[in-house]
Design a protein around this ligand. Structure first.
Ligand code: ZN
Length: 373
């Protein structure tokens, strides 16, 4: 994995590549930003560059410009080992090893190379089930600390990536702090987190903060087309709904999504004709949705498209351009008139469901609003 292979984040990649090329990577880094934008992928690429055998010497001769530009070569022994360990099947194997310890809670630090450890907040309960809330425990961090303090086995340096670092419990954070206070000269620690404020201030202050923003919609769509072979129109829809998260766009199941959107368009088409009983049924059907947040995001984007159509926006600017001919009649009717307000209602309903709002009641009120009450 090269830094250049990570989608978006041009400035962050350039800064990190420069630090690597000059052999000036800080000992502790915190990659902070939304889920699914490539923080962990970039952290692993940086770690690979740290271990790469063809990395520049600390003081390159005046005429010996670092040819790598900070990138791992991809060919040396270290690079090949890391690439092999990161193959999806291999990671799955490592995770399955956890099954061999049925009697205890299992946590894993994955060794991707003798000098590269990936710690994840993923573990199983005694019953062998994945926990709903991952947590990085103090034993896991103690193990990591011993590694951080050690000298490299094979490479020039050692690297440690802690994914979802905010899931370290209090004891784990306290334990890690010492390592970050006096980092050994040949170890680099990269913490990755979507909730950096859940980390103790003392941890944050010892790390060089690297901020990641959401990915531009076009970058997410391009990735889906070029790397995943998604049709362009579908890629644009998925990118628009994923809100700058490549992870969310990839996780998206297009068939289930297609059915859900069809249900919503059909609901909009008959919204005004619904009698009270049919409204209750419609609300119940929405309540049964497997992913209410995606459903409401989709509803909001449909309503916004109605607004755009009404304003005469070009078809290609719509999120749902592929069904523009079904949206056009809706846009010119009452729904189109109220689309702005209704889109806001859909957004509010989504926020409400994140809290403790009653799901069915929330959908009841929303369907009433769509029906024109
Ligand atoms: Zn290499």
């Amino acid at each position: 994995m090269r830094l250049a292979d990570v989608r978006g984040h041009d400035r962050v990649r350039a800064i990190l590549a420069r630090a690597l090329a000059r052999d000036r990577l800080p000992p502790a880094l915190l990659f902070a930003g939304p889920d699914g934008v490539g923080k962990k992928t970039l952290a692993l690429a940086v770690a690979q560059a740290v271990l790469c055998e063809r990395a520049p010497a600390p003081d390159p001769p005046p005429n010996g410009k670092p040819a790598s530009g900070g990138e791992p070569c991809g060919e040396c022994r270290a690079c090949r080992k890391i690439s092999a360990a990161l193959a999806p099947e291999r990671l799955e194997e490592l995770r399955n090893e956890a099954d061999r310890h049925p009697d205890e809670d299992v946590w894993r630090n994955f060794r991707l190379h003798p000098d590269l450890v990936l710690a994840e907040g993923w573990w199983l309960t005694k019953a062998g089930r994945a926990r709903p809330e991952p947590e990085i425990r103090v034993d896991q961090v103690r193990d990591l600390i011993a590694e951080i303090a050690g000298a490299p086995f094979e490479a020039r340096r050692r690297a440690f990536v802690v994914d979802d670092a905010h899931t370290m419990n209090e004891a784990a954070q306290n334990a890690l702090l010492k390592s970050l206070e006096e980092p050994p000269p040949r170890s680099h620690v990269i913490l990755v987190s979507a909730s950096p404020l859940a980390l103790r201030q003392t941890i944050r202050s010892r790390c060089q903060l690297v901020r990641f923003g959401p990915l531009p919609r076009a970058a997410v769509a391009a990735h889906l087309v070029e790397r995943r072979g998604a049709p362009e129109e579908e890629a644009r829809t998925r990118a628009a709904l994923a809100g700058g998260s490549l992870g969310a766009a990839l996780a998206f199941e297009s068939e289930a999504y297609g059915q859900m959107r069809e249900g919503l368009v059909a609901l909009l088409e008959r919204a005004e004709a619904l009698d009270p009983l049919a409204r209750m049924e419609a609300a119940e059907a929405l309540e049964q949705s497997e992913d209410p947040a995606l459903l409401l995001t989709t509803l909001r984007s449909l309503l916004r498209d109605l607004l755009a159509l009404r304003a005469g926006a070009p078809l290609e600017s719509l999120v749902h351009a592929d069904i523009a001919e079904r949206l056009a009649p809706l846009a010119s009717g009452r729904l189109g008139e109220q689309a702005g307000l209704l889109a806001e209602r859909a957004g509010e309903a989504r926020s409400a469901l994140r809290g403790f709002a009653n799901k069915l009641l929330t959908f009841d009120l929303l369907v009433d609003a769509l029906a024109g009450d």
